[in-house]
Design a protein around this ligand. Sequence first.
Ligand code: MN
Length: 289
Amino acid sequence: MDAITRLPFLTDLPEDGDVPFAIPEREQGERRRYRTIWISDIHLGTRGCNAAMLIDFLDSVDSDTIYLVGDIIDGWRLKRRFYWPAAHNDVVWRLMKRAKRDTRVVYIPGNHDEMFRQFTGMNFGGVEIRRKAIHQTADGRKLLVLHGDEFDTIMLAHRWLAFVGDAAYSMLMRLNVVVNAVRRRMGLPYWSLSKMAKHKVKNAVSFISRFEEVVAHEAGMRGVDGVVCGHIHNAEMREIDGIQYYNDGDWVEGCTALVEHSDGRMEILHWADEIAAREMAKQPARMAA
Ligand SMILES: [Mn+2]
């Protein structure tokens, strides 16, 4: 709990209007509007977190509702070493400011931010803390929303978790940061090293599909049409035995979000690709000038 009480957004709450953003917030008028946004596995408080890309995303979109599907703040890592750059605070402030404006913000803590689970049912500055939620889509479907670590006990036979929580994985994450810093300097777009590694490891691939099946099956038993989760850092949307499985991915490697359009249509946004496309669109103008 020690590291948590050191988080600046919990101690020095500024008055309305004077939020000290390190990266200035973009105008609201030019944002894309969705009915719902789901993001998870941001892992604030770790070096692997792609806070700058998430800030770019948050400043580009708006929604009626936003679900924070767990592992938003990495309390496990913070306890070992306190790491909290200004950009990480900016992410928290943006979410809190959104709650104050007109967005319903539902926060479902995961396993890395399980210390917030004790506040289930409470409301912090408009942010509702829940253990899980049922979301009704515009086209009338019922989706169960939860982080996904609930299924770890079932999945334990599969050794991926030993890999995810593993030193090898964190090293890969750190390498990912270095590789992308170099790529950025060379003018190359973001590229996920660990994502590629994950798809090359056969065990990881079979773990992912097994996790998806378990989650869809458990959701089906609870009488919903589908399920939205995070946890395994692998964005996906597919139907499994008549149940719609959605995973919003993460902001450590994939940098993805799940969104619902006004008509209930669902989509996964790959934010690194969106930024690359935006930069590409800018280029002819730059060349002409
Ligand atoms: Mn998790």
